[in-house]
Design a protein around this ligand. Sequence first.
Ligand code: GH3
Ligand code: MG
Ligand code: MG
Ligand code: MG
Length: 349
Amino acid sequence: MYQGACTDVSNTKLLKKQTYFITSDGYFSTMNILVIDDSKLMRKMVSAIIADGGHTPFTASGAERGLQILEKAAIDLIFMDVEMPKMNGFELTRLIRKQKQSWIPIIFLTASTEDAHLTRGIESGGDDYIMKPINSVVLDAKIKAMARIVNMKKELDAANRSLLQLSNIDALTGIMNRRGFNESLKRDWKNHTREKKEISIVFLDIDNFKAFNDNYGHQRGDECLKQFSTVINSQLKRPLDTLARYGGEEFVILLPNTALDGAALIGLKIIDALANAKIPHQFSPVAPYLTASMGITSSRFSAKNETVLVQQADQAVYKAKKQGRNRYSVYEPKLQEEGIGRLMNQSPS
Ligand code: GH3
Ligand code: MG
Ligand code: MG
Ligand code: MG
């Protein structure tokens, strides 16, 4: 079955496809299994057993290629040779654990049976061992055991993702999401009407973020959103001030008990903080670093409810964009909204 079954990493379409197969223990998704070994014979042998088990083997002769594959492919399990010339399996395991956020099981392939050797492997971040020469029955059994764990982990990850969706936290940045913001705003708006204290909001929209994504890639875009939220958050000093991700590259700051001039001060501080952070954005016509346009409003403009307050801030962002970006703009009420138009049009009694 194995002849030529080893997958080429450039074939990315295949990598995204997840298939399932049934064993006596239930349903399992097929795994992408990476074999890192400097011996060609060993790579061939282990790959053949992997393919026979219905999984997809990937092979690398050393650390460099192994890391490249891990970068491109969704690998579920790694078989790692210990004795390799440039970087040994323990060192490479340590590096992978440092670089990769999510856990991938790593099983060492080793000729050494010494206790100290086994201990070192586990300490460097490995999960299990298989002794060389490889026994195909043992290897196959370990793959089955790992498939069970990988499957459970996938289910757990999916459950965690849906829990996050139900919660008020944005999964990417870890700050409050739009649902959380709406809830907080509702609560703070009630306080404002009861206590007659001014409430302000700052709406932020990153400038030219599409160009960032298009040129640097979506992954760097995601990193950038995280960095952005850290920079903005560092400008908020009061415990009640809250930054939320409104959606995509749009954020909003809720400032209860804060007057309009206080919100404008935060707007200025954010412009400075972004200029200091200098998150590179070569493709922005505004500046060589990441900037944002902001719209500021407060309850002093007599919004009739909290939804109108957000609309006002959104309008002000639009104005800041039109005026050239990398700035804040304060909401300007139209005359009739403020009742001034009505006053001006009143006829003499
Ligand atoms: P403007 O200065 O007028 O605001 O232009 P813009 O490019 O920032 O705005 P536009 O609405 O055209 O594009 C927003 C882009 O934000 C589109 C999308 O690629 C990107 N984006 C939205 N959400 C995410 C995300 O979660 N991750 C990444 N990486 N990009 C995102
Ligand atoms: Mg070797
Ligand atoms: Mg936008
Ligand atoms: Mg934008």
